[in-house]
Design a protein around this ligand. Sequence first.
Ligand code: C2O
Ligand code: CU
Ligand code: CU
Length: 525
Amino acid sequence: SSIGILPGNATRVQQYFAKLVKGPANTLTQLPGSYLGPILRFQKGQKIRINLHNQLDEVTITHWHGLHVPAEVDGHPLYAIGKGETFVYEFEMLNRASMNIYHPHPHNTTAKQVYHGLAGAILVNDDEEKRLELPDGEFEIPVVIQDRLFDNQNQLIYARHMHDRMMGFYGDRILVNGLPNFHLDVASRAYRLRVLNASTARIYKLAWDDNTPITVIGTDGGLLEKPVKKSYVMLAPGERLDLWVDFSGRKVGSRLVLRSREFSGVLPGMMGGGRGMHGSSLPVGSDYPIFSVKVVRQVSDSPALPQKLSIIKRYTAADTANPQKPVPIGISEGPMKMVLNGRPYAYDDIQPNERIPFDTVQLMEIFHAHGGGHGGASKPATRHGGEESGHKMGGMGMRGMNHEGGGKGMGMGMRHGGGEQGGHKMGRMMGGGGMGMMMSMAHPIHLHGQYFQILNRSLDGPESKGYASVKDGFIEGGWKDTVLVMPGERVRIIKPFQDFKGLFMFHCHNLEHEDMGMMRDFSVE
Ligand code: C2O
Ligand code: CU
Ligand code: CU
């Protein structure tokens, strides 16, 4: 099959327009009234050709987030094309059934292009999934969550102040599938919701308003082994959730709202429990609705939730090529810049730690390179050269900081708009071992290529109130390609690097951070 994707160009909206040249009719599904690109549906094993025609006045390239494809067709910024140019993608669908994303990946302008509308969902189906007979057709509903800011003409506003880049850009309207005030009329039976956080920076804590548990059947990389019930689930930019929601037993007329619930600890100033500063009138971590549901139709039968979904072979450190020496992914939160492994993004700057032997399974550790006496034997921050400059904060005014937990786990309040006092210097505020971060925030770290497994998480310091407000919402038992790394946290993952050599990016999926250079390449060789 073959489709053409045509990024268009309205005044402020940028859009993927697609037409199917050849292939099954269900390959493309338009979301009615939406600026989002159509849903692309593929089968495992399918051979795919996609022609990207760039009709923007700027360079772009499309990346297939989550898909295991050759480096040359992964949407690396090296392959960005200019106005009027065409890029031809050809690959075979190797992924298992899963929800993935397509979005632009040109260096420095990814966030802006995604914000203005360039994004869409990819649903991959396979035989294993088909056998489960999960709700499909009108009972399988995509839920693409984004936040946006509008001016009084209802046009999108996107700012790029240094502050928005540091914290991420936040809108004050929640859109689902590109629509405000999203609402679903449902029948009294089970549904499958395919949820994707396509916001540039906003993190959600999803829960039903009547405290019905959230039933998760899959994550980024497809189905879990068995369903997991949670009172809430966290969803960071780039992450997906496959939710089972059963309305049977609910009366016609009954309502349910999916909300984002209160939490803290993901932005500077939030560590002590506050919501942190990011200049939005819809604060991250406040309580607000995402969409509403109303039961409008009584039906007599509904599929039952399968208790066995899939088989996932769990990796252990012993299965990796480097059980003693995890590949470091160091988060450096420096003055006015966010980078990985201490270095801003460049195409031709592969460091020894970033060379991965082809056809291996690697143990990797994501950690905050600054912050905190990691007292143990491993000191990855220094070992891997993540040390850069001291914390100098030009252009930001600082307010008081609050100690928490007896001087451990330090939160910092920062206020926007103190631009006049450049060059505020902040000493490194850590004392003995077990001290928390300063100016630290949560980062959704995404790796291109194959899905990975999360081996474990640990905290460098004591658990903060903020951490406690999110920790039960991580779904870790399945395949992932994006993981939310909280301040002071170390996350060990195991990832295969098979089938394809070449450059595969890893970056923060806070897209403002990505564009600031919080991105590196692994060279698989
Ligand atoms: Cu969703 Cu490298 O991106
Ligand atoms: Cu990706
Ligand atoms: Cu980040």
